[in-house]
Design a protein around this ligand. Sequence first.
Ligand SMILES: [Zn+2]
Length: 309
Amino acid sequence: MKERLTRWFGGLAAGLIVLDLFFLWRAPAEIQAPRPISRLHGPRVIMCVCDGLRADLVGRVAMPTLATLARQGTSTFTARSETPTLTMPNMVSLLTGRPPFGHGIIDNDAPSFEIAFPTIFDAARQAGLTTALYTGKEKLRALAPLGQVDRVVVMQVADSTPLVDQLVHDLGEPSTQYDLAFVHLPDADAAGHASGWMSLAYLEAAARLDREINRIVHAVREAGLSPRTALIITADHGGIEHHHYRAVPEVYLVPWIAVGAGIPKGRTIPRPVSLHDTAPTVLRLLQVPIPPTMTGISVEGLPDADDRG
Ligand SMILES: [Zn+2]
């Protein structure tokens, strides 16, 4: 009973956070200039970062959606998490296109910090695109300071279902279909810390994650956005036992899959990809200028938006 009540209150709190942010964000959204009409038909990117998802899961464990998306797109299962292999430094690398020693965010639990380099949100917005962050960890709110991202949905959950519910709902409405959506899915990391990486609970969380990503793919299709949406799926780090700080392949190897509009099918990326290569890749797909501070190298072989016809 106590557990049920706790869960109920947890759900209520998560709901209130979304509601709270909805009201916080309504004001800037209302005064924001309308999106340039050309971008209404331009390319879109949805990035799904699966917290703590090991690269060797896909294939070994039933993750049919990820396995299919990898076949339908361009992928590698030997992408590298940045050092330190912790969530916050890697999230900032994914956003800034710089490794942690290059952006300075090394601490995983800093109470507050400022990102000193332009992010993919900044670059996209400067080009007139709309941006959104959906995250299942409260502390990742720091990735989108007030006023810098059009839509922020923050929950503190171990099961990303309500977060994906919100994303799927937003994808169904033209006014909440963002050009760039960065989605953080906490399931695998939460189960890994609680029960161990590759434990039954971890494998169940991975299977759920796979179903949630399938729901996102379907929502994109139902909204008619498939012809111009690219999906990038990766992870911030893997894990072993109950942690992810040791420099072993189980921890530092992560999946990296790009699939969708115009992306070559069935191609394996022939070079080592680091997570900080993701930001320039995303901007290139969005046809947005890449800030010179981004030291990552855009994954070659993916089309510029121009090529999509
Ligand atoms: Zn963790």
